[in-house]
Design a protein around this ligand. Structure first.
Ligand SMILES: Nc1nc2c(ncn2[C@@H]2O[C@H](COP(=O)(O)OP(=O)(O)O)[C@@H](O)[C@H]2O)c(=O)[nH]1
Ligand SMILES: [Mg+2]
Ligand SMILES: [Zn+2]
Length: 345
């Protein structure tokens, strides 16, 4: 049998299967509509996805008399992957059910690679990434820089939170404040707080989070869970439930939940998001991720400049002129040397 003939037959089979699938999906949707809604759906309105459970999603009503109420919704077959943080057009059905009809445009999208290196959406419309570090485990500049680079690749504004301020002593005070000043000088927002101090969290952290949709990222042990517990109180129990569920499968780690904060603002959280900074980045993203390097990128004499010993290197020159600090340059080189080792998923 010729190769071409086989291909044509394969093509026909694929098309046939596709058509059958579409027909089945449409039939299923009609059946669902009839079963779940008895054909009775309310008017189209705006909603916010606050959680995701396989086939269904929790939608919070954003307008009308039911504003703030949660509906367990099905999705029309023709909508691409929806994630927590998405705003949608939906219609309410009976018993706090509903159907999602369309997704509104996203301002930002957090994605992570799956086990095959394919990017998968995790959460949308996030406008702040809060990188949590702590007095313990000792914060290393190159780890903070690693998280900053990852945040910079998303186009979402990063800030750095130093947690466990209650552990400041005469021995570490200068070191911590020095580190904080380094990042302030680069133009980043820097916060200092303790998850053990509710009032402090309320004054510094909660007020800073108001009017934004944020995610917390950072190394294990820095206090992310504690901070979230402190600012969310009872609501955060559901974060615990969420992390239990994720142990059952590799892909569910992307499941994220949206919380409203007491002083306004939203927090999107999931174990998958907290691991954020350790996802794969490219060499070009690494260079771009050092914000103060940007004015010099593209001005090296050689196009494939490694910014090491090459003549006419614009990055090296900036370093010599003090426009780039020695520690950040070291950090860049260190992260570059580890790029191949870093988990890609
Ligand atoms: N002293 C002190 N310990 C804290 C603070 N925040 C968290 N911890 C402790 O640090 C450890 C790790 O906290 P956890 O919230 O689990 O960190 P996560 O891995 O980032 O979620 C726990 O033993 C917490 O009790 C803090 O502000 N001060
Ligand atoms: Mg934790
Ligand atoms: Zn160069």
């Amino acid at each position: 049998m010729s190769k071409r003939k086989l291909n044509r037959r394969q093509k026909w089979r694929i098309e046939k299967i596709q058509a059958e699938k579409t027909a089945r999906a449409e039939k299923k949707q009609r059946k669902l509509d009839d079963q779940v809604f008895g054909g009775e759906l309310g008017a189209e309105q705006r909603g916010l996805i606050i959680a995701h459970f396989g086939q269904t999603l929790d939608v919070e009503a954003l307008e009308g008399e039911t504003k703030g109420e949660i509906y367990r919704c099905y999705v029309r077959a023709n909508i691409d992957a929806l994630v927590t943080g998405d705003e949608v057009i939906w219609r309410p059905g009976a018993d706090n059910s509903g159907v999602i009809e369309a997704r509104l445009e996203r301002s930002t999208l957090l994605q992570r690679p799956d086990n095959y290196g394919q990017l998968k959406p995790v959460a949308s419309n996030i406008d702040r990434i809060l990188i949590v570090v702590a007095l313990e485990p000792t914060p290393f500049a190159n780890l903070i820089d690693r998280y900053l680079v990852a945040a910079e690749t998303t186009g979402i504004e990063p800030a750095i939170l130093f947690n466990k301020s209650d552990l400041i002593t005469d021995d570490n005070r200068d070191f911590i404040h020095g580190l904080m000043d380094t990042y302030k000088a680069l133009g980043y927002e820097v916060l200092l707080t303790s998850a053990n101090d509710e009032q402090d969290c309320s004054e510094t952290l909660l007020s800073w989070l108001s009017n934004h949709t944020s995610v917390f990222v950072g190394q294990s042990g820095v206090g992310k869970s504690s901070l979230i517990r402190t600012i969310l109180g009872d609501q955060s129990i559901r974060v615990g439930e969420l992390s239990e569920n994720t142990r059952k499968g590799t892909h569910t780690t992307t499941t994220a939940k949206l919380f409203h904060l007491p002083q306004g603002g939203r927090l999107v959280d999931s174990p998958g998001i907290r691991e954020f900074g350790l996802w794969h980045i490219t060499e070009a993203e690494l260079l771009e991720g050092f914000t103060e390097f940007r004015p010099f990128i593209g001005y090296c004499k050689f196009r494939d400049c490694k910014h090491e010993q090459e003549p006419g290197c614009a990055i090296q020159q900036a370093l010599e002129e003090g426009k780039i600090s020695e520690t950040r340059m070291q950090s860049y080189r260190h992260i570059l040397s580890t790029l191949d080792d870093i988990e890609t998923h």
